[in-house]
Design a protein around this ligand. Sequence first.
Ligand SMILES: *Cc1c(COP(=O)(O)O)cnc(C)c1O
Length: 454
Amino acid sequence: MSESVKYVLDESRIPKTWYNLAADLPAPLPPVLHPGTKQPIGPQDLAPLFPMSLIMQEVSTEREIEIPGPVRDIYRQWRPSPLYRARRLEKALDTPAKIYYKYEGVSPAGSHKPNTAVAQAYYNKEAGIQRITTETGAGQWGSSLAFAGALFGIEIKVYMVRVSFNQKPYRRALMESYGATCVASPSMETQSGRAILAQREDHPGSLGIAISEAVEVAAQDPGANYALGSVLNHVLLHQTIIGLEAMEQLELAGDYPDVVVGCTGGGSNFAGIAFPFIGAGLRGGPKPRIVAVEPAACPSLTRGQYAYDFGDTAHLTPLTKMHTLGSTFTPPGFHAGGLRYHGMAPMVSHLKELGLLEAVAYHQLGCFEAGLQFARAEGILPAPEANHAVKGAIEEALKAKRDGTSPVILFNLCGHGHFDMQAYIDYFGGKLVDQDYDEAELAMALSGLPSVHV
Ligand SMILES: *Cc1c(COP(=O)(O)O)cnc(C)c1O
């Protein structure tokens, strides 16, 4: 048996195309609806916010979509990202399972998010856009788009969820280092922000509110577009480079996964690792189990309703069918800021309805414990979001030990935790607790779901 722990590909092996799962879906996605008329929208309806190239990717059913040369050139800095075999973790768990992880923390911003940030900045630049507005939770997306904006000479304005703005000053500093502007959301700069602050002066913010602010500003400025770091089909598409590379690397290792695990906030890093394997299964290849891991405090896939909902709190975005906790739902302030979104990518939700994936939810203390066990074996300290994927993979490995099976487990280590040390400090200080969402708040948010007859 080879003792390799690291599977690297030459940069000439960076995929030339992204993989579009829409080409292989057994049933098409439900249509996206206009927030006013509640009728299906067309590409032109999205034109005030996105360049047409990205809108066409959003609705494409072509299987392979070319990665532009300039985007691949930038990817070369950190791609192909390494795939590791977690041999020391396997030993620590005394499991017969093989555990592989794809490590996306090698990007300049420290997560998978630059995979789409660079592509989105490129297409916006091509369309002559000078400014992009966006939201960010933990700051991973904001700093990734700030990095991409710096490369293409685009001004970036980031609305950062207030609780994270206060908890994570270093992410904000990173955005500013790349030349972006970052404000706490809700802010007094927008109508949506002012409306929320009028109700509650100390509102901690949410991704839904920050999206409203960013969309409002972009819609009113012809030189500006809006960018989203997750959820949308084109974002998931750009992330498939993760799974495509992992497939080639596992081939080097002589393995194919029995289980693929990823954490889900809006669904993009999970889609990135999982979609190429789901697609291969739909085209007649092996069908690994696909496991989405979400936080118990914001459990859209396991506790949300599959319904049409808005992507934001002020109801400026189109309606998509997805697993949602309701667009006014504000999750408790747990530390995995990137997993606090009320909804889920429509494509990931659709797969859950089709029975093509399983979803589990874990509380944060167990996830931190898993992340530290991983760090002590493998040396990489995961981001709090990534700890959920680590927890999912460890649970699979322990189950294999109990069952006497030896599956190949692949998970996505979507980012490092170097900017999240306050969360670890709080964990060591016993200040983190397992927070549950408020049932009454969830019921209220769900009762506010828009009524739609399609
Ligand atoms: C943003 C982020 C997430 C959550 O977003 P997804 O779209 O679900 O991937 C998870 N992990 C890390 C490290 C992130 O930066």
